[in-house]
Design a protein around this ligand. Sequence first.
Ligand SMILES: Nc1ncnc2c1ncn2[C@@H]1O[C@H](COP(=O)(O)OP(=O)(O)OP(=O)(O)O)[C@@H](O)[C@H]1O
Length: 579
Amino acid sequence: MIIHPELRRAARHARRTLLAATLLQGAVTLGWLAQAVLLAQALAAVALGRTESLPALLAAVLGVVAVRAGLGCAQRRTAARAGARVRVRLRDELLAHLGRLGPAHLTTARTGAVRTTLVDGVEGVDAYVSRYLPQLIVTLVAPVLLLILVAAVEPLALLGLVPALLLALAGPRAWDRLLARRGKEHWDTYEGLGADYLEALQGMPALRAAGAVGRTRRRLEERSAELHRATVAKLRVSLVDTGITDLAVQGGTAAAALLACWSAVTGATTPTGTYLVLLLAGECFRPVRDLGREWHAGYLGASAADGLAALRTAEPAVTDTGSVPADWHRAPRIDFQDVTFTHPGAEAPTLRGVTFTAEAGRTTALVGPSGAGKSTLLGLLLRHHDPGSGRVAVDGRPTAAYTLDSLRRGIAVVSQETYLFHASIADNLRLARPGATDADLESATRAAGVHDEITALPDGYATVLGERGATLSGGQRQRLALARALLADASVLVLDEATSAVDERREAGIVRDLTAAARGRTVLVVAHRLAAVRHADRIVVLDGGRVDAVGDHATLVTAGGLYAELAAAGRTHDEGLAA
Ligand SMILES: Nc1ncnc2c1ncn2[C@@H]1O[C@H](COP(=O)(O)OP(=O)(O)OP(=O)(O)O)[C@@H](O)[C@H]1O
């Protein structure tokens, strides 16, 4: 009888439908009661030899059975509707919140665990809310009514029924805390196993390359065994619950039957009364037994409640308090002013006093050694985090002034890790602009240097890509993602190592076409290979979270310093490759 506040909250999404399902469940219970009363009369009529009333009584029983079947059907349909509503609303709410949490959330939470909560957890809540809750309410009300009825017929029977009912309902409560704890342990293990499996499947190539497939399999087997142990531990407590309930149900029914027989033997009650008590005693416990059954259906929801609450109430790294829509009519200027930022949990700041401007409609490159803070700067522009101090402004306004959604829509991003979906190439492209014509797709893919390869495929733009674009090469995936970003038609284009998987000869061509295609937009490019950024209007050199130098390629090379070193290292690398 654990009702987690999160589950009560979820039930509110379908308050009326749940009320209807509960009333129908109550009506079904009344149907059982009516059947018991009619059967008692029929049995008494047989015992007393008054068979003339039998046909009418049996016909009434059949009528009740038919009506109850209809009510049961309606109840199940209504409950399923309520459950579906709760499920859909809950998932919508969680997905919208995940959107607000942004990618920063997945640096602390595991994707597989979030998936388990969103899919299995929400399914469990559906069963809990649509099946367990209505039955719980009926179980708390119906036996009281039945006891009143029994008291009117044979008060002595209450001596057996009341203690048994109290034991059946209150006894298992002594185990509630333990059951909740075991449920949480079970859910945590279940979530962890889901996350492990997802990671192992997605990381299969890396595991193979590292020769770690066998070790990972053994680890997954251990985790499966842990889940088995957690399930058994949970079942053990559940079985104690069920055992107490069964004991009370059997004992109570037997005691009531004995007392009813005693009354019959002593002549204290009529035959109808005796049969009524015998049959009603069974009915008193029917809701209790049904509750036990529904508990098993809804248990996963009760276990998942903590995880759901944690996901729903997780604080986004930034708050969406801006009110200005980011619909810049022309390419905006981007200013970083004295920006300092420390990653949550990190000891030292990643960025210290970073100041530079990405001019409107121009290409600005960010270069610097690995770990210099280039991606972190882009993350601040997209408001995955806010700076600790200083200001990031687009078109003269701080990024926090814009509504988060519109800010992120106004900045198209292609990162090192492209994400393509299991859908056709055209559908993957149209994610950025659903209304794009075929000609729009083609001009974007031409600019990204991938059109010819797409048309060479047997199904061309209708080719269905495998999961994460598995049927394409890394370079093709990146160029497709570039085309998608161009289609988004955002005023700001951010390329974070967007051509790192493309060979260098091709990269130069793509960068040239891209610069032409992106004309009129403000472009921020991060690339390790300086050939990809040497034509940028401005190059910002970052080192250890600080701006080391700003200028164009020629100026920076002439000035010596870190950029000249990086350029020289790049040349040595190229020569090494060419040799
Ligand atoms: N989520 C995080 N939590 C803590 N530290 C982080 C996090 N992300 C990045 N860092 C640290 O911040 C520093 C800058 O990382 P960032 O990814 O911005 O560098 P980068 O210049 O883009 O590097 P690369 O060229 O290798 O991609 C690194 O020292 C990194 O370890």
